[in-house]
Design a protein around this ligand. Structure first.
Ligand SMILES: [Zn+2]
Length: 291
């Protein structure tokens, strides 16, 4: 069976408070579920598994340690003794190099794709300071998708519109979120494991501007509507998860301690229901579905 992992940065399960939570202010069929309330069955029979992001380490969960936990199945915060923001540190890089999900996918004789286009310029400019997602991909020995792939409709960008790359002066076409979601659904037919990374949720969570978040909620709705309508859920298990809370509580500029949602659609759902309680449980569940 195939797996499509939608990694959505900075989304927790927050309170039903329209003053704080964009998912309460702007109702979404996929994301309007709340803390201390019964969890719904999502469209296309998706389940929501509330997932601990704290790794038994005090303080607010952060991106580098949270993403390393998701993409290695290891307790990255405990290895460091703290939660780590930004880009992976040497300790986290070593964990990604040793235990990346993409590396394990390869060891199973399966193929992996990171659907987000990357550029040589990104690697040249950042050196060791690349994202956990890019590091995980490289550790698996799989090639990254390029700006040519993006232009030709074989890759996507994190914002689903390419606006961010165009602002950075890359010559890439504007796309609608629906067009990008359609491309993503096609990409995942070409690999056993596909990863997509969406980061605007974390950015807009830090910005705390409620009026700007409706567009982000709609973009996520379009992503899921299009992808779930196009992939064969008998063949492909679709998983959405996050590294820490943020977007669901705009009353604070920081991340939150809320549980994060792991939403799962398709035949592999039962494996996640049985196994996932914490971020560190996700990688092994994906591998179990791929087997
Ligand atoms: Zn953040």
């Amino acid at each position: 069976m195939r797996v499509l992992l939608l990694f959505v940065d900075g989304v927790g399960i927050g309170a039903r408070d329209p003053e704080k939570n964009p998912f309460a202010r702007f109702p979404s069929p996929f994301f309007s579920f709340f803390k201390n309330e019964p969890l719904p069955v999502l469209p296309h029979n998706g389940v929501v598994i509330p997932t601990r992001a704290d790794m038994d380490v005090s303080g607010l969960p952060q991106s580098a340690s949270g993403q390393t936990a998701i993409f290695t199945g290891r307790n990255a915060a405990q290895a460091l003794g703290h939660h780590q923001s930004g880009m992976p540190t040497p300790t986290l890089r070593k964990m990604l190099d040793e235990s990346s999900l993409f590396k394990n996918v390869r060891a199973l004789g399966k193929t992996g794709i990171f659907a987000n286009a990357l550029s040589q310029h990104y690697f040249d400019k950042r050196g060791e300071r690349i994202s956990a997602t890019a590091r995980a991909l490289i550790a698996g020995g799989f090639p990254w998708l390029t700006m040519d792939d993006l232009r030709e409709g074989r890759a996507v960008s994190h914002d689903l519109t390419n606006e961010f790359l165009r602002q950075m002066k890359f010559d890439v076409p504007l796309r609608t979120p629906a067009e990008s979601a359609k491309i993503l659904a096609e990409i995942c037919e070409h690999a056993d494991f596909t990863l997509f990374e969406f980061i605007l949720t974390d950015m807009f969570g830090h910005n705390q501007e409620m009026s700007q978040t409706e567009e982000i909620v709609r973009r996520l709705d379009i992503l899921l509507n299009v992808v779930l309508a196009r992939v064969d859920l008998q063949e492909t298990t679709v998983v959405l998860t996050s590294d820490h809370g943020n977007f669901e509580d705009l009353s604070v500029k920081t991340h939150t301690n809320n549980l994060v949602p792991t939403c799962v659609w398709g035949e592999g759902q039962h494996i996640f229901i049985e196994r996932v309680k914490r971020l560190e449980d996700i990688a092994g569940s994906i591998e179990a579905v791929l087997l």
